[in-house]
Ligand binder design. Structure first.
Ligand SMILES: [Zn+2]
Length: 233
């Protein structure tokens, strides 16, 4: 599983814990191939490992609202409503409460899964995992359940400042921003996209939005920028 660059800098101990979490994920969650896709054990593992990277220090209970992973060959084949440009489905019922915030399956396109994990900022699995974490407190608002000592008002201020900045820059020139402008769709998307960059291109996110990076590091209990090998020269 270490072939993915985003896992390359993990310590031996972290990799061991990641493997254990992935094994538990594979055991607890239901995987379904759809539209003729036959899911192999190797494909499940690629998904499980990357899904578990964000919860390395949060624990499997953070995914208690995530029961099923449906994998389709390609995003364009399915007729589900609610796909976003990341190739993921966003379907939740705002009126649901209690038990029913088990928000249905995460649908991933295998083509997008294959494009994830290479350190370029794009990761459909981590994007969806971030949405699940965001939903866990019953509200999809770009702010997951924060740890003791983390100030929700500070979180809101930091994220909305970054959101406004990216929105301003991308409205000026969408092709020159360093973060995928899909992030400014809404607060939930900003959190999901920021999480993708946090794990895929941590030094880029830290350079663009250091305060966002610091809050994500506090929330996820990880500092992925430290795992990135400095480029030679
Ligand atoms: Zn999304």
């Amino acid at each position: 599983m270490e072939e993915h660059p985003i896992l390359a800098g993990l310590t031996h101990a972290d990799l061991g814990r990641l493997r254990a979490l992935s094994t538990l994920f594979l055991h607890e969650k239901t995987f379904e191939g759809a539209d003729g896709l036959e899911l192999t054990a190797a494909m499940r593992e690629v998904i499980a490992v990357q899904a578990c990277l964000p919860i390395l220090n949060l624990g499997m209970e953070s995914f208690e609202n995530w029961k099923t992973v449906v994998v389709v060959p390609d995003v364009f084949i399915q007729e589900h409503t609610g796909y976003d440009t990341a190739g993921v489905v966003h379907e939740w019922d705002d009126d649901s409460a209690g038990e029913s915030w088990d928000t249905g399956p995460v649908v991933l396109s295998w083509k997008d899964v294959e494009a994830s994990g290479w350190g370029d900022g794009y990761n459909v699995i981590i994007h969806e995992a971030a949405h699940r974490l965001d939903m866990l407190d019953g509200e999809v608002n770009g702010r997951p359940a924060l740890h003791n000592g983390m100030d929700p008002a500070h979180w809101g201020a930091v994220f909305s400042a970054a959101f406004s900045d990216l929105k301003k820059k991308s409205s000026r020139n969408k092709h020159r921003v360093k973060i995928d402008p899909y992030a400014v769709e809404d607060d939930a998307e900003f959190f999901a996209v920021a999480t993708e960059y946090f794990f895929e291109r941590p030094t880029l996110l830290r350079g663009e939005y250091p305060d966002v990076y610091a809050l994500l590091a506090a929330y996820y209990g990880q500092d992925p920028a430290l795992r990135v090998r400095p480029s030679p020269g």
